[in-house]
Ligand binder design. Structure first.
Ligand code: URA
Length: 266
């Protein structure tokens, strides 16, 4: 294994940024990232006195920390839209991510409340366990499915064949040739011999399994441990919970940043 320093995840960069700049981000910038229109439009909304921060009417130029300040536009907290729900589920092995299953296997939406109807953002194989987002927010789902390949996803993979060599780890990091093309660079570490922590942006079918197989270490157990800024070690397989508002805001920001970066690169 090499000692290459892994790139810092986006939400950490965000968090570090808000520590370096104790005042946080400008309100209009945050509002724009949360879908209230261009920065210019958001400045107008602020100037009209329609925005409050911690229940005090905000002034133009105000900076906020999205993870601690409460921002309301027209009295509605940003990040919260009436009727939208966001569940974080720890999917057990044996449950399928599709809306129905011809083979009669259990489906993920039966593990969460039936009303309002939700769908999963992204998929996990039937034999993969771990975190899955379910929501009725089509806009967030579209952003996460953006061609920039969305936010980071972290997996723990227990692989066959014992300790994985430094060379194999380098190949996983640099990109391995799969039948649908070379994989994008990944962050890969081996916390314990035979267990890999793999962070990818792409969401190709059975990608982690195929990557590991390509370097001679088929996966025996695969768990998704993080989606962007979201993780929860206490959530047991089959359990779900609603996202907290700070989590939802961090997720929205992480997604917006990925999309922004992608658009700038085009
Ligand atoms: N990679 C896989 O191989 N399977 C999953 O379910 C998710 C990522």
């Amino acid at each position: 294994m090499t000692n290459r320093e892994p790139e810092r995840p986006l939400w950490e960069q965000l968090a570090a940024k808000s520590k370096l700049l104790p005042q946080g981000d400008r309100l209009q910038k945050v509002m724009a990232r949360h879908g209230f229109g261009s920065r210019r439009v958001c400045e107008d909304i602020i100037a009209e006195g329609r925005v409050s921060v911690n229940d005090v009417v905000a002034e133009l130029g105000r900076r906020i920390d999205i993870s601690t300040d409460t921002v309301k536009v027209d009295g509605v907290e940003i990040g919260l839209q009436p009727g939208l729900v966001y569940y974080l589920l720890n999917k057990p092995v044996g449950v399928v991510t599709t809306a129905s299953d011809p083979q009669g296997r259990p489906i993920v939406i039966d593990l969460v409340p039936s009303e309002p109807r939700v769908f999963s953002i992204g998929r996990l194989d039937v034999d993969t366990e771990g975190l899955l987002l379910l929501t009725n927010d089509g806009q967030l789902a579209n952003h996460i499915a953006h061609p920039s390949h969305g936010v980071e996803k972290e997996y723990l993979a227990e692989v066959a064949g014992g300790e994985v060599s430094g060379g194999a780890i380098r190949r996983l990091r640099d990109g391995v040739e799969l039948e649908d093309g070379v994989t994008a660079p990944a962050k890969v570490t081996q916390p314990t011999p035979g267990i890999l922590r793999i962070v990818i942006h792409e969401g190709r079918n059975r990608q982690v399994r195929r990557m590991c197989e390509a370097v001679g270490h088929p996966v025996m157990r695969l768990v998704r441990t993080r989606i962007g800024p979201l993780s929860d070690r206490r959530l047991q397989p089959g359990q779900w919970r609603e996202l907290t508002l700070p989590e939802l805001r961090l997720l929205t920001e992480a997604v917006a940043l990925v999309v922004q970066r992608y658009d700038q690169e085009q």
